[in-house]
Design a protein around this ligand. Structure first.
Ligand SMILES: [Zn+2]
Length: 347
């Protein structure tokens, strides 16, 4: 199935796209369902689902906004607004934990599998470009504590409930210092998602259709050679550049490898709407650049957005603790995607 890209989303990408330095693998021949509307109700179920709490007591709003944060390199000496220092990265994770956010993967987000405690808020942590500053394993096979992965694991260990999970959007030959096989195998074995970021970090907007499909399918091929059972359902567009037609970001094939993504992620610049909202477009999901409160385009960065979301908590996604239902104040009813009417729990 081919999908068209909303004009407004494409414009936003064009306005806000900036450089990012990595490149990565592509989607897999995953399930045909691409959007929340196509998902059967059963997908929401979780064996961990416990007794539901009163959604009003926790101010649940599962139609609220979700921050999808975008990270690039860690560096003690950032060379661009895309880099963060290890200390700043750690501080941001500590803030998220302190403010009640619980990480989920991009795949969980787009499929609506948001199984977090009552009162908690989902956050999607995404890492682009598969650099060694993100993932490096030591000679003992354990993550280097100074990498993004090592810091995330450490913060999670200090904050019970702050899940150590994330999505890594990888290019060809990811995490070269460790070796792609060892690195991807470790990530998959520990519940992290591996997503596609194209083979060569290509600007897909400038390529012909066959080249677009090659860039995505061959990245997927590399992932599947290491993780044959991986279901690669998430794509992050390099530079946020949408191919023409935009449907090629969702589905295509090259060299006998086909891909089908549930979620296509942009570069910039605001929180996403809930996957249960009628306005949710899984083919153009906005991401927020991790950034301090000052500097170039800081108003579109994570510190500013997390400040704004803390200041208007009613607009933020807050879970009722029951992954089988979609709870929200009655005043939000009109924003619900009708496909979730059976799970709706207005109060
Ligand atoms: Zn990139």
């Amino acid at each position: 199935m081919r999908r068209s890209v909303p004009v407004l989303s494409a414009l936003l990408v064009g306005l806000l796209a900036t450089s990012c330095s990595g490149g990565g693998p592509a989607g897999t021949g995953g399930p045909a369902a691409t959007g929340a509307a196509a998902r059967p109700a059963g997908d929401l179920r979780s064996p961990a689902a416990g007794a539901a709490k009163d959604p009003a007591a926790v101010h649940a709003n599962e139609l609220g906004a979700v921050p999808v944060l975008m990270y690039h390199q860690l560096s003690e000496h950032p060379a661009s607004v895309y880099d963060r220092t290890p200390a700043d990265f750690r501080a941001e994770l500590e803030r998220l934990a302190r403010e009640g956010y619980v990480p989920i993967t991009a795949a969980e987000f787009t499929s609506g599998r948001i199984d977090i405690p009552a009162g908690a808020h989902p956050v999607v942590l995404t890492f682009d470009d598969s650099t060694n500053s993100q993932v490096k394993l030591g000679s003992d096979g354990k993550p280097d504590p100074n990498t993004s992965l090592g810091i995330l694991l450490d913060v999670a260990s200090r904050h019970p409930g702050f899940r150590a999970t994330a999505t890594f959007f990888v290019n060809g030959d990811p995490f070269s210092a460790t070796g792609s096989k060892a690195a991807l195998t470790w990530l998959a074995a520990h519940g992290f998602e591996v997503g596609n970021h194209t083979l060569d970090h290509a600007n897909l907007r400038g390529l012909g259709e066959a080249e677009v499909e090659h860039e995505i399918a061959d990245d997927l091929k590399g992932i599947k050679q290491i993780l044959p059972n991986a279901n690669v359902v998430s794509l992050a567009l390099p530079f946020g550049s949408m191919p023409k037609p935009g449907s090629l970001a969702v589905q295509g094939a090259s060299g006998g490898v086909s891909y089908h993504h549930r979620g296509v992620y942009l570069v910039g610049a605001n929180p996403s709407v809930s996957p249960f909202a009628a306005s949710f477009d899984p083919t153009a999901i906005p991401r927020i650049r991790s950034e301090a409160a000052t500097g170039e385009e800081a108003e579109f960065g994570s510190t500013s957005w997390l400040d704004k979301m803390a200041q208007s908590p009613a607009n933020r996604y807050t879970s009722d603790g029951d992954p089988d239902t979609v709870a929200f104040p009655k005043s939000e009813q009109s924003r619900l995607n009708p496909a979730f009417a059976k799970q709706a729990r207005p109060y």
